[in-house]
Ligand binder design. Structure first.
Ligand SMILES: [Zn+2]
Length: 231
Protein backbone atom coordinates (compact mmCIF):
# COMPACT_ATOMS: atom_id res chain seq x y z
CA UNK A 1 0.00 0.00 0.00
CA UNK A 2 2.78 2.43 0.92
CA UNK A 3 4.59 1.56 -2.33
CA UNK A 4 1.45 2.21 -4.34
CA UNK A 5 1.20 5.79 -3.05
CA UNK A 6 4.88 6.47 -2.37
CA UNK A 7 5.42 8.30 -5.66
CA UNK A 8 2.39 10.59 -5.43
CA UNK A 9 2.84 14.25 -4.55
CA UNK A 10 -0.06 15.95 -2.79
CA UNK A 11 -1.59 19.09 -4.26
CA UNK A 12 -4.30 19.86 -1.68
CA UNK A 13 -4.52 20.17 2.10
CA UNK A 14 -7.42 20.75 4.45
CA UNK A 15 -10.45 19.41 6.28
CA UNK A 16 -12.94 19.31 3.41
CA UNK A 17 -11.15 17.96 0.32
CA UNK A 18 -12.89 15.78 -2.27
CA UNK A 19 -13.25 12.29 -0.80
CA UNK A 20 -13.67 13.54 2.80
CA UNK A 21 -17.24 13.06 3.97
CA UNK A 22 -18.66 16.08 5.80
CA UNK A 23 -22.42 15.41 5.57
CA UNK A 24 -24.73 12.42 5.92
CA UNK A 25 -25.87 10.84 2.66
CA UNK A 26 -29.45 10.97 3.91
CA UNK A 27 -30.14 14.36 5.56
CA UNK A 28 -33.83 13.73 6.17
CA UNK A 29 -35.50 10.55 7.46
CA UNK A 30 -38.45 8.90 5.70
CA UNK A 31 -40.58 10.43 8.46
CA UNK A 32 -39.44 13.90 7.38
CA UNK A 33 -37.28 14.40 10.48
CA UNK A 34 -33.89 16.05 10.04
CA UNK A 35 -31.04 13.62 10.76
CA UNK A 36 -27.88 14.73 12.59
CA UNK A 37 -24.83 12.66 13.57
CA UNK A 38 -23.01 13.66 16.74
CA UNK A 39 -19.35 12.58 16.77
CA UNK A 40 -16.99 12.87 19.71
CA UNK A 41 -13.22 12.54 19.43
CA UNK A 42 -10.95 11.06 22.11
CA UNK A 43 -7.50 12.22 21.03
CA UNK A 44 -5.23 10.62 23.64
CA UNK A 45 -1.68 11.68 24.45
CA UNK A 46 -0.31 13.87 27.24
CA UNK A 47 -3.09 16.47 27.16
CA UNK A 48 -5.85 14.40 25.59
CA UNK A 49 -6.30 11.28 27.68
CA UNK A 50 -9.00 12.41 30.07
CA UNK A 51 -12.67 11.44 29.90
CA UNK A 52 -15.70 13.72 30.06
CA UNK A 53 -17.79 11.53 32.36
CA UNK A 54 -20.65 13.98 32.46
CA UNK A 55 -20.90 14.00 28.68
CA UNK A 56 -21.02 10.20 28.59
CA UNK A 57 -23.59 10.10 31.40
CA UNK A 58 -25.71 12.71 29.60
CA UNK A 59 -25.67 10.81 26.30
CA UNK A 60 -26.75 7.66 28.12
CA UNK A 61 -29.37 9.36 30.27
CA UNK A 62 -30.95 11.05 27.25
CA UNK A 63 -30.34 8.03 24.99
CA UNK A 64 -28.54 10.09 22.35
CA UNK A 65 -26.72 7.89 19.83
CA UNK A 66 -23.21 9.03 18.93
CA UNK A 67 -20.17 7.92 16.97
CA UNK A 68 -16.99 7.94 19.06
CA UNK A 69 -13.65 8.45 17.32
CA UNK A 70 -11.06 6.81 19.56
CA UNK A 71 -7.31 7.24 19.25
CA UNK A 72 -5.12 4.20 19.99
CA UNK A 73 -3.40 6.01 22.89
CA UNK A 74 -6.75 6.86 24.48
CA UNK A 75 -7.86 3.22 24.16
CA UNK A 76 -4.61 2.20 25.86
CA UNK A 77 -5.32 4.52 28.78
CA UNK A 78 -8.98 3.47 29.10
CA UNK A 79 -8.93 -0.20 28.13
CA UNK A 80 -11.82 -1.30 30.35
CA UNK A 81 -14.03 1.64 29.42
CA UNK A 82 -13.23 1.21 25.72
CA UNK A 83 -14.44 -2.38 25.98
CA UNK A 84 -17.60 -1.19 27.68
CA UNK A 85 -18.24 1.43 24.97
CA UNK A 86 -17.70 -1.23 22.30
CA UNK A 87 -20.53 -3.24 23.84
CA UNK A 88 -22.98 -0.34 24.16
CA UNK A 89 -25.38 -0.16 21.19
CA UNK A 90 -25.83 3.57 21.82
CA UNK A 91 -22.34 4.09 20.39
CA UNK A 92 -20.41 3.20 17.27
CA UNK A 93 -16.63 3.26 17.58
CA UNK A 94 -14.50 4.78 14.84
CA UNK A 95 -10.80 5.34 14.13
CA UNK A 96 -9.08 8.53 15.34
CA UNK A 97 -5.61 7.38 14.42
CA UNK A 98 -2.69 5.71 16.10
CA UNK A 99 -0.60 8.75 17.14
CA UNK A 100 -3.14 11.51 16.40
CA UNK A 101 -1.28 13.12 13.54
CA UNK A 102 -2.61 15.13 10.61
CA UNK A 103 -2.68 12.68 7.70
CA UNK A 104 -0.02 13.75 5.24
CA UNK A 105 2.50 12.04 2.98
CA UNK A 106 5.11 14.80 3.40
CA UNK A 107 4.94 15.93 7.03
CA UNK A 108 2.63 18.89 6.66
CA UNK A 109 1.41 20.12 10.04
CA UNK A 110 -1.80 21.56 11.46
CA UNK A 111 -2.07 23.55 14.70
CA UNK A 112 1.67 22.89 15.11
CA UNK A 113 1.09 19.13 15.24
CA UNK A 114 3.42 17.53 12.67
CA UNK A 115 1.71 15.31 10.13
CA UNK A 116 2.79 11.87 9.03
CA UNK A 117 5.88 12.20 6.81
CA UNK A 118 5.37 9.53 4.17
CA UNK A 119 2.81 7.21 2.63
CA UNK A 120 4.15 4.46 4.90
CA UNK A 121 3.59 6.59 8.01
CA UNK A 122 0.10 7.55 6.83
CA UNK A 123 -0.76 3.87 6.33
CA UNK A 124 0.52 3.03 9.82
CA UNK A 125 -1.41 5.94 11.36
CA UNK A 126 -4.64 4.47 9.98
CA UNK A 127 -3.91 0.77 10.14
CA UNK A 128 -2.38 0.23 13.58
CA UNK A 129 -5.51 1.62 15.24
CA UNK A 130 -7.70 -0.17 12.66
CA UNK A 131 -6.29 -3.42 14.08
CA UNK A 132 -6.78 -2.24 17.68
CA UNK A 133 -10.42 -1.33 17.04
CA UNK A 134 -11.10 -4.55 15.14
CA UNK A 135 -9.87 -6.53 18.14
CA UNK A 136 -11.84 -4.35 20.54
CA UNK A 137 -15.20 -4.45 18.74
CA UNK A 138 -14.98 -7.62 16.64
CA UNK A 139 -15.71 -5.54 13.53
CA UNK A 140 -13.43 -3.52 11.29
CA UNK A 141 -14.00 0.23 11.78
CA UNK A 142 -15.63 1.94 8.79
CA UNK A 143 -14.76 5.55 9.57
CA UNK A 144 -11.49 7.41 10.09
CA UNK A 145 -10.89 10.96 11.22
CA UNK A 146 -7.29 12.19 11.27
CA UNK A 147 -5.86 13.98 14.28
CA UNK A 148 -6.82 17.67 13.76
CA UNK A 149 -9.12 16.44 10.91
CA UNK A 150 -6.53 17.61 8.34
CA UNK A 151 -5.54 15.52 5.30
CA UNK A 152 -3.74 15.91 2.04
CA UNK A 153 -5.30 14.54 -1.10
CA UNK A 154 -2.97 11.52 -1.34
CA UNK A 155 -3.69 10.64 2.28
CA UNK A 156 -7.43 10.79 1.57
CA UNK A 157 -6.89 8.18 -1.15
CA UNK A 158 -4.86 6.05 1.25
CA UNK A 159 -7.71 5.95 3.78
CA UNK A 160 -10.14 4.84 1.07
CA UNK A 161 -7.70 2.22 -0.21
CA UNK A 162 -7.45 0.80 3.33
CA UNK A 163 -11.23 0.33 3.35
CA UNK A 164 -12.17 3.20 5.65
CA UNK A 165 -13.99 6.44 4.86
CA UNK A 166 -12.26 9.72 5.77
CA UNK A 167 -14.64 11.80 7.85
CA UNK A 168 -14.58 15.55 8.34
CA UNK A 169 -17.31 17.63 9.88
CA UNK A 170 -19.98 20.15 8.95
CA UNK A 171 -20.31 21.68 12.43
CA UNK A 172 -17.29 22.50 14.60
CA UNK A 173 -19.24 21.94 17.80
CA UNK A 174 -16.72 22.78 20.50
CA UNK A 175 -13.81 24.45 18.71
CA UNK A 176 -11.33 21.78 19.79
CA UNK A 177 -12.92 21.79 23.27
CA UNK A 178 -12.15 25.50 23.62
CA UNK A 179 -15.71 26.90 23.51
CA UNK A 180 -17.76 27.74 26.57
CA UNK A 181 -21.04 25.92 27.15
CA UNK A 182 -23.19 28.67 25.60
CA UNK A 183 -21.19 28.69 22.38
CA UNK A 184 -21.23 24.88 22.18
CA UNK A 185 -25.00 24.92 22.64
CA UNK A 186 -25.44 27.54 19.90
CA UNK A 187 -23.06 25.89 17.42
CA UNK A 188 -24.44 22.36 17.81
CA UNK A 189 -27.97 23.71 18.08
CA UNK A 190 -27.52 25.18 14.60
CA UNK A 191 -26.68 21.83 13.01
CA UNK A 192 -28.34 21.52 9.58
CA UNK A 193 -30.17 18.41 8.32
CA UNK A 194 -27.49 15.86 7.47
CA UNK A 195 -24.95 17.60 9.68
CA UNK A 196 -21.92 15.80 11.10
CA UNK A 197 -21.07 17.51 14.40
CA UNK A 198 -17.50 17.35 15.71
CA UNK A 199 -16.88 17.71 19.45
CA UNK A 200 -14.68 16.06 22.08
CA UNK A 201 -15.19 13.47 24.81
CA UNK A 202 -11.74 13.80 26.36
CA UNK A 203 -11.80 17.36 27.75
CA UNK A 204 -14.05 17.44 30.84
CA UNK A 205 -13.08 20.97 31.89
CA UNK A 206 -14.41 22.79 28.82
CA UNK A 207 -17.98 23.66 27.89
CA UNK A 208 -18.64 20.57 25.79
CA UNK A 209 -20.75 18.48 28.13
CA UNK A 210 -23.37 20.92 29.27
CA UNK A 211 -23.46 22.60 25.85
CA UNK A 212 -23.75 19.44 23.78
CA UNK A 213 -26.44 17.86 25.93
CA UNK A 214 -28.47 21.08 26.05
CA UNK A 215 -28.14 21.44 22.26
CA UNK A 216 -29.30 17.86 21.73
CA UNK A 217 -32.37 18.54 23.83
CA UNK A 218 -33.03 21.75 21.86
CA UNK A 219 -32.72 19.91 18.54
CA UNK A 220 -35.01 17.11 19.66
CA UNK A 221 -37.67 19.65 20.57
CA UNK A 222 -37.48 20.65 16.90
CA UNK A 223 -37.89 17.04 15.77
CA UNK A 224 -34.27 16.26 14.93
CA UNK A 225 -33.32 12.58 14.95
CA UNK A 226 -29.79 11.66 16.11
CA UNK A 227 -28.16 8.87 14.17
CA UNK A 228 -24.88 7.02 13.99
CA UNK A 229 -22.70 8.01 11.06
CA UNK A 230 -24.00 6.45 7.87
CA UNK A 231 -22.45 7.89 4.78
ZN1 LIG B 1 -8.40 14.61 18.07
Amino acid sequence: MAARFGGSAPTQWGTALPGIVTHLAQPVAESGAARVALTFDACGGPSGSDLDHELLDGLRREQIPATLFLNARWIDTHAALAGELAGDPLFVLANHGTSHRPLSVNGRSAYEIPGTRSAAEAVAEVWENHVVLTELTGTAPRYFRAGTAHYDDVAVQIVHALGEIPIGFSVNGDGGASFGAGTVRAEIGGAPPGGIVLAHMNQPHGGTHPGAIDAARDLRVHGVEFVHLDV
